[in-house]
Design a binder for this molecule. Structure first.
Ligand SMILES: O=C(O)CCC(=O)C(=O)O
Ligand SMILES: [Fe+2]
Length: 297
């Protein structure tokens, strides 16, 4: 590519060597021993810990660009402070006072949604790249993964200015891929409790002890640097980002992929998180209702 050509997000572009440190992570020699070693280690870490990190994934110059772009993007952040419990459910007074579902915390972090992120920005180029999808699929043991069809949620920048935090929660997606582009001076730490719940049960007692701050031993703190790529099983591992201190904001790009194409988020949840909905969300919700009526399947 010539120096002057504008690099755009392109779902056919397989070469990420201008952005990713392909000496450490040779994406172009995917089946070679070095890349397969990396994937094997990530798979082991995910199985054991629910979390894996590819340190120094980005080239320094690309990271610098991504950080600058992240600061520019942050001006478009939508903040939707809310009191939420770890399950994003409503208060249920019929539960006991000490039930963790009755513990409500402040979410003060904000998001920049995918539709606000230009195609020439680093994180958008990475998100749509087939090399990235192949990497993520291999790490989670799938044949293929897909971008969300959701116009807002597949790629978002998480923005935590000083004084904000993201309280204990689970993700709706089984896996999430994250890259920090701006690190705060203090705080803003990612804490997680590996596989604290499972498909078999919520484990309310232990989860409650963590949320109430009575159990400090179960959660782990991840040491994360800008340019590291994190893979995380957020559906089963309770996690949070602690309050950011100092002067600098905390920015992370969140890449969400799905095992099936066509995923669109729920209407109410989208409105709650991003302050608005798109035609795609309205349409997807209509189709869900029709299906629930038994008319389509
Ligand atoms: O910003 C991060 O490091 C993770 C944020 C997170 O857990 C989320 O947005 O669901
Ligand atoms: Fe999360």
């Amino acid at each position: 590519m010539s120096e002057t050509a504008l690099a755009l997000a392109d779902a056919e572009r397989t070469d990420l060597s201008d952005l990713v440190d392909t000496e450490c992570y040779p994406l172009e020699d995917f089946n070679g021993p070095r890349m397969q070693d990396v994937i094997g280690r990530v798979q082991d870490d995910l199985a054991e810990d629910g979390c894996a990190v590819l340190r120094g994934f980005m080239r320094p110059a690309a990271l610098q660009r991504a950080s600058a772009e992240g600061r520019e993007l942050a001006r478009k952040t939508f903040f939707s402070s809310a009191r939420v419990n770890a399950w994003f459910t409503r208060d249920d007074p019929s539960l006991g006072d000490d039930d963790p579902r009755r513990i409500f915390m402040d979410r003060t972090s904000g998001f920049v949604t995918r539709d606000m992120i230009p195609a020439d920005m680093v994180i958008q180029q990475i998100y749509v790249s087939p090399a990235m999808k192949r990497l993520v699929a291999a790490c989670i043991g799938e044949d293929e993964v897909f971008e969300y069809a959701d116009p807002f949620a597949g790629l978002v920048q998480n923005v935590l200015p000083p004084g904000t935090s993201q309280p204990w929660h689970y993700d709706t997606n089984e896996y999430i891929v994250t890259m920090m582009t701006e690190k705060p001076e203090v705080g803003g730490e990612f804490e997680y409790c590996p596989n604290i719940r499972s498909a078999a049960g919520e484990n309310y007692d232990r989860v409650g002890a963590v949320i109430r701050g009575e159990d400090m031993a179960t959660s782990k703190t991840l040491r994360l640097e800008p340019g590291d790529l994190q893979l995380f099983k957020g559906r089963y591992s309770l996690h949070r980002v602690t309050e950011v201190g100092g002067e600098r904001e905390r920015h992370t790009a969140i890449f969400a992929y799905s095992q099936q194409p066509g995923v669109v988020g729920r209407l109410e949840r989208t409105r709650q998180l991003y302050g608005r909905v798109s035609e795609a969300h309205i349409q997807a919700e209509r189709e869900r209702v029709e299906r629930a009526d038994g008319l389509l399947d």
